[in-house]
Design a protein around this ligand. Structure first.
Ligand SMILES: Nc1ncnc2c1ncn2[C@@H]1O[C@H](COP(=O)(O)OP(=O)(O)OP(=O)(O)O)[C@@H](O)[C@H]1O
Ligand SMILES: [Mg+2]
Length: 319
């Protein structure tokens, strides 16, 4: 695999009186990878993207897009990238089709090639039917989709998507997440920023967690959640137990299984804290059937990025 984005000791300090917005960050994103930057408001995600797109000059450090330095070969680097900015960048009084034509021209496209490509992109973002309506008559989710379309016109190798699902309805959000996965499946390298841990979890091959300008963790979801430990939460819904003696016996036997750290009960739901739950399900089920208890539902909850962030910073990601 080849490296598509190489970030080296990248920093940005807007004001010497304040700490840097991006503080000495380094990582590589591989070609074809979907990489998420997860972090709360003000973490420095947009500042990072601004530098990687050649819109903001780094205070120190460098980055490459493919072989091109964003400092010394900015134009060549820019030719490889598409950007979906956090703020909608569309002309409200123009239609979606006119906006896409305009942005295509900015990428040096013209004539039949541009017209054909605009229609292709309209299909891709699912808005061909509304393509002649003015942007200011669109819903937030539709504007977001056109904003993404504008970044795709010139078939970039790398797409930067800066919080593309903020403030939109669940259906548009779903459409954008699916589109992002589809683009990546077709080979596009994607750098996606979000403060929604569910999105980072669903989409990414790897996730970088950024906080106060610093990259505080980097890895696959499995690698990151391992920082919290291997303890999963297993919820068992069970049939009614005959009496208290039977209840106590089941709790005792489950508690004695290897890897089980804790058993609690609320009505007909048992909650087990258990190491590597997925490899231990059979033992848990056997244990229940041995005392004649019928399981009606099982849910395994692995540790999530919320817990990882809490573990690393002492704060909740949603604060
Ligand atoms: N043009 C600017 N001039 C001065 N400070 C800025 C500028 N842009 C951003 N900052 C500051 O840099 C820090 C990082 O901001 P940035 O927009 O990169 O964060 P973010 O992770 O994208 O946040 P959000 O999730 O709210 O979009 C913040 O403290 C912000 O106030
Ligand atoms: Mg931002």
């Amino acid at each position: 695999m080849s490296t598509m984005i190489e970030v080296r000791n990248l920093s940005k300090q807007y004001d010497p009186k304040h700490p840097p917005a991006v503080d000495n960050i380094s990582y590589d994103v591989q070609a074809g990878e979907l990489f998420s930057l997860l972090g709360p408001n003000g973490a420095g995600k947009s500042t990072t993207i601004g530098m990687l797109c050649g819109l903001l000059r780094p205070t120190s450090g460098d980055a490459k897009i493919g072989p091109y330095s964003i400092r010394t070969a900015t134009l060549a680097a820019k030719r490889l990238i598409g950007i979906v900015p956090q703020e909608i960048a569309l002309y409200p009084t123009l239609s979606a089709r006119q906006n896409l034509h305009f942005w295509g021209q900015m990428y040096d496209m013209q004539g039949k090639a541009l017209s054909n490509r605009v229609e292709e992109v309209l299909d891709q973002i699912g808005l061909r039917e509304r393509a002649n309506d003015r942007i200011d008559t669109y819903s937030g989710g539709m504007k977001r989709r056109v904003n993404i379309g504008a970044g795709l016109l010139h078939r970039p190798q790398v797409l930067f998507m800066d919080e593309p699902t903020v403030g939109i309805d669940p259906q548009s959000r779903r459409a954008i997440l699916d589109m992002t996965k589809q683009l990546n499946a077709e080979g596009m390298t994607v750098l996606y920023t979000t403060h929604y841990m569910e999105e980072a979890q669903e989409l990414s091959h790897r996730i970088g967690i950024q906080d106060h300008g610093k990259l505080i963790a980097l890895g696959t979801l499995a690698e990151l959640t391992r920082l919290v430990g291997e303890t999963d939460t297993l919820k068992l819904q069970v049939s009614e137990l005959a009496d208290n003696t039977e209840t106590a016996r089941l709790d005792l036997q489950l508690g004695a299984l290897p890897g089980v750290r804790n058993v609690t009960r609320q009505a007909d739901t048992l909650t087990l804290l258990i190491d590597n739950a997925n490899t231990r399900l059979a033992e848990v089920i056997n244990c229940c059937s041995a005392v004649g208890v019928h399981i009606t539902a099982i849910e395994v909850h692995e540790p999530n990025l919320e817990q990882v962030f809490l573990h690393l910073t002492g704060r909740a990601l949603r604060d």
